[in-house]
Design a protein around this ligand. Structure first.
Ligand SMILES: [Zn+2]
Length: 215
């Protein structure tokens, strides 16, 4: 497990906020900001562009950032399958920027590894408060235990939902029914299906992802 973890692509970097949150409705995303004059600013945003990660079998498994993808390529863990028409320059070299990479060794991804985290709960719930059904920036959302912890509610995919502070306050230590609130939808585990849907959402900006995701 330790070794596995070491080579894990993104037990942490899965769906970076850059990939989804900051490119949420309203934002044009990094590709829309080509007109930036500051080279350094452009490069910084380029390094955070989302990169689709394929398993050795070409199955899409994840989304990471350009910076992380390039590290994996340099380490020989992954190779580029699709490239942007852009280069980044280090002191001595010009590097092509990947859009899709593929792991060279097959990586088994158990269901449990779809880490329960604040970030992933917000992703699953699309940054939407599950009580008032409004969309918020991540910083204005918290996690609500549907069945309160004081009643034995556990921290699981099925008992945690994205919630704005206002609804969280009015709900307090009660169940939704007691507080007169209704869940927008029943919280579900983060399945491969969910994550593929999210990849598609992110991938709408990059034509190069299509053949791996739309089938
Ligand atoms: Zn709310």
């Amino acid at each position: 497990m330790g070794a596995n973890r070491h080579m894990s692509v993104d037990s942490r970097g899965r769906y970076t906020p850059e990939a989804l949150g900051e490119a949420a409705p309203g934002s044009e995303g990094p590709t829309g900001s080509r007109s930036h004059n500051l080279l350094s600013g452009r490069r910084a945003s380029l390094m955070q562009e989302p990169v689709l990660v394929l398993n050795a079998t070409y199955e899409p498994i994840n989304v990471t950032a350009v910076r992380r993808a390039m590290v994996l390529m340099l380490k020989g863990v992954a190779q580029a399958e699709e490239m942007h028409n852009t280069e980044v320059h280090s002191a001595a070299h010009a590097h092509k920027v990947p859009s899709v990479i593929r792991l060279l060794a097959y990586r088994h991804i158990p269901q449990q590894s779809r880490a329960l985290s604040r970030k992933n709960i917000l992703l699953r719930d699309r940054n939407t408060c599950q009580f008032c059904v409004r969309v918020f920036p991540s910083s204005e959302l918290t996690l609500d235990h549907v069945l309160p912890r004081s009643r034995g509610g556990r921290s699981t995919w099925e008992n945690l939902v994205a919630c704005c502070y206002r609804c969280n306050n009015s709900k307090g230590d009660r169940t939704p029914e007691e507080a007169g609130l209704k869940l927008a939808r029943k919280p579900r585990p983060f399945t491969l299906h969910t994550s593929r849907q999210l990849m598609r959402l992110i991938g709408h900006r990059d034509e190069r992802w299509r053949k791996y995701l739309f089938y």
